[in-house]
Ligand binder design. Sequence first.
Ligand code: ASP
Length: 314
Amino acid sequence: MAVLLIHTGGTISMARTETGFAPKAGVVEDFVEKELGGRTGAHEIDIELLTPLIDSANATPEDWNRISRRIADAVGRYRGVVVTHGTDTLAYTAAALCFALEGLEMPVILTGSMLPLTEPENDGAGNLRDAFAAVLDAPAGVWVQFAGRRLHGARVYKTHSRKHDAFSCVPAHVPPRRDGAALIRHEARNARVAIIAAAPFMPADLLGHVVTNCDAIILRCFGSGTIPESEALRSALAAARAGEVPVMAVSQCAEGGVALGTYAAGAVLVEGGVADGRDMTVEAAYAKMIHALVEETDYSRRIAFLERPLCGEI
Ligand code: ASP
């Protein structure tokens, strides 16, 4: 069985232009043909381009759908799938694919690079070779292959903007795969999800404005789940509940997560019915929120969905 490469763009495929690096057709395709001979081990590599190739800064949930659709089509026809993607939002897409592909029975390996294949001493060549090796032996699920490591798709996050070793990963005991007896592909949608960070003396009415303009909110709290308390925050959370706008708390700390109810300074969140995102990354929280909006119909079912572990994200 062949292996499928879904190529979406990102630095790995870029070349210099007058306004900076931009994706260029042929860069990844030529590498696969000329350097890998169009094969990984005994398996041929087929390439599908998601055109137009993009900088992942411009990726949307609709783009996640285009990738998950092609992966679902590849099940049974390919041994596994490699996805080349920009690093800026790679962690969002990896988490989104974990939620989208329930019952996935093959490995999907996302990779990219910090320097384009067109530049000397780039990391793209090594990452791509590693991704094609990983797709032959990784367990079923959505993985990120980067800088010599295979990382959990729903636990990974970008931590460095220049170093080749740009990603970190919270340890997980559960593979990056949503359990299911048969493949079910869940669509995402271009919902309006705001990510709001708590800050000392943040404008008290900020959340109220967001509630009236968004479908859902990810609240990046301090530490284990505190936030400046105010009447405005209380009424914003009440309005969110009444307006079916789910709110989920995650931590601004990279490790440890939130545990709502630990401090009295976070009681307003518990009383407001906010979902406890525990140690979810903000990227996984964002992608899961979009799935909560699509897959569940009311506020309390959405909160229950958000708090239920699905693929090792919690
Ligand atoms: N801006 C690029 C992107 O995300 C960065 C990269 O790929 O490393 O597409």
